[in-house]
Design a protein. Structure first.
Length: 381
């Protein structure tokens, strides 16, 4: 017999469980949960620690080169030490870093097999609470799955991180990839919309449709699992945070907003550009050209990246041959001219108006989001 409202009540209970799951994994967090993205060369240990202290979850960029002897491994260890210092835990080595995580890019296929041997010991030593994985090479992943070894590389990594007690975030841009990540064992799905800055899937959608569809898929197909979905892409203020929660997200990731946090390792010219650029829909562009001009070769063709439209891209759009464009790019860099440099940023950069400490950003976002939610409740009453 069907009782009216029964299914709705179960769905509400499932949603509430998902909303509070992050708080149980990360007890220092406050709702709505604000998460700073692990932006390479930007998200350092101090930034992550300040986000954590304010009740958010701060991620440190762990890089992409995990081969023995890589300088990125040394940098990761140093940044984790700085996070521990900022949290007054330097003299308490056995105390886990509260609400701190590390982001790992799986794009460098020759590096991925080394992660368990090189990265995992660093994480075990410094004790962050989470690992964020992104951009596994689809070709490499499928090639690693054989009748003798049914586990793909991502699944092996997730199991290894789980065995050491880490919560695993997995960034995706499609429902298909979200399903695969949950099947592989991910605890948190980072549903990234195409408004995001930096690298992402070449073909995707915004969070308005992506987050609800991923949320529905998880609740429908993985009822036995407690999988959390967080939103990323196009959010820079409390209104966006409140909207993402309304879409079904249990937390919200921001990248561009934290690029100009005072603790971020962001060059001054990039801070200035982000603060001065408006109308992000037309003044940022999503393209593989950015990696081509940067001579970056580690990304699989299914990925591209969003950046501020600069002189190099304008020449590209005007039909300037790549060889000529690249020569101008190198000459400008040699002369200290940053006008042709690539600055990654999302469409929400027009909402970023000032530089502030990361902790203050988190607190203001939370306050703004709660005010918006209260207004909606009054409106709907």
């Amino acid at each position: 017999m069907h009782f009216p409202g029964h299914k709705d009540k179960k769905k509400e209970e499932a949603a509430q469980t998902a909303l509070t799951k992050l708080n149980s994994w990360f007890p220092t967090t406050k709702n709505p949960v604000i998460i700073s993205a692990p932006m390479y060369l930007i998200a350092n240990g101090t930034l992550a620690a300040e986000v954590s202290k304010a009740g958010g979850i701060g991620f440190i960029a762990g890089g992409f080169d995990f081969r023995p002897g890589s300088s990125q491994l040394t940098t990761l260890s140093n940044e984790l030490s700085l996070a521990r210092k900022a949290l007054d835990l330097s003299d308490r080595p056995l105390t886990p870093l509260p609400a701190i995580g590390v982001g790992l890019l799986l794009t460098h296929t020759v590096s991925v097999p080394h992660i368990i041997d090189t990265v995992l010991p660093i994480l075990q030593e410094h004790s962050p609470q989470a690992v964020w994985l992104f951009a596994n090479d689809p070709d490499f992943e499928s090639s690693e799955t054989t009748p003798e070894n049914e586990k793909g590389k991502a699944k092996q990594l997730i199991e290894a991180f789980h065995a050491s007690g880490f919560v695993v975030f997995f960034q995706v841009g499609t429902v298909k990839d979200a399903r695969k990540a949950v099947e592989d064992g991910a605890d948190v799905i980072v549903a990234q919309g195409v408004d995001a800055g930096g690298h992402q899937v070449q073909q995707g959608s915004g969070i308005v449709s992506l987050v609800p569809e991923v949320r529905d898929m998880v609740e429908r197909e993985f009822k036995e699992r407690e999988v959390v979905v967080v939103a990323a892409g196009g959010v820079a203020d409390g209104r966006g945070v409140a909207s993402a929660i309304g879409l079904g997200a249990s937390g919200v990731v921001l990248g561009t907003r934290f690029i100009v946090a005072t603790e971020a390792a962001t060059p001054e010219f990039r801070r200035k550009l982000i603060l001065e650029t408006t109308d992000g829909g037309i003044n940022t562009v999503k393209s593989q050209f950015h990696d081509q001009i940067n001579s970056t070769t580690i990304w699989h063709p299914v990925y591209d990246g969003r950046a501020v439209r600069g002189a190099s891209y304008e020449d590209h759009a005007a039909g300037v041959p790549f060889e000529e464009n690249y020569k101008k790019f190198k000459e400008a860099a040699s002369a200290g001219d940053n006008s042709r440099a690539v600055t990654w940023a999302g469409t929400a950069l027009g909402l970023v108006k000032n530089q502030k400490p990361a902790g203050q950003i988190v607190e203001e976002l939370r306050k703004e989001a709660k005010e918006v939610i209260r207004k909606i409740q009054v409106y709907a009453a």
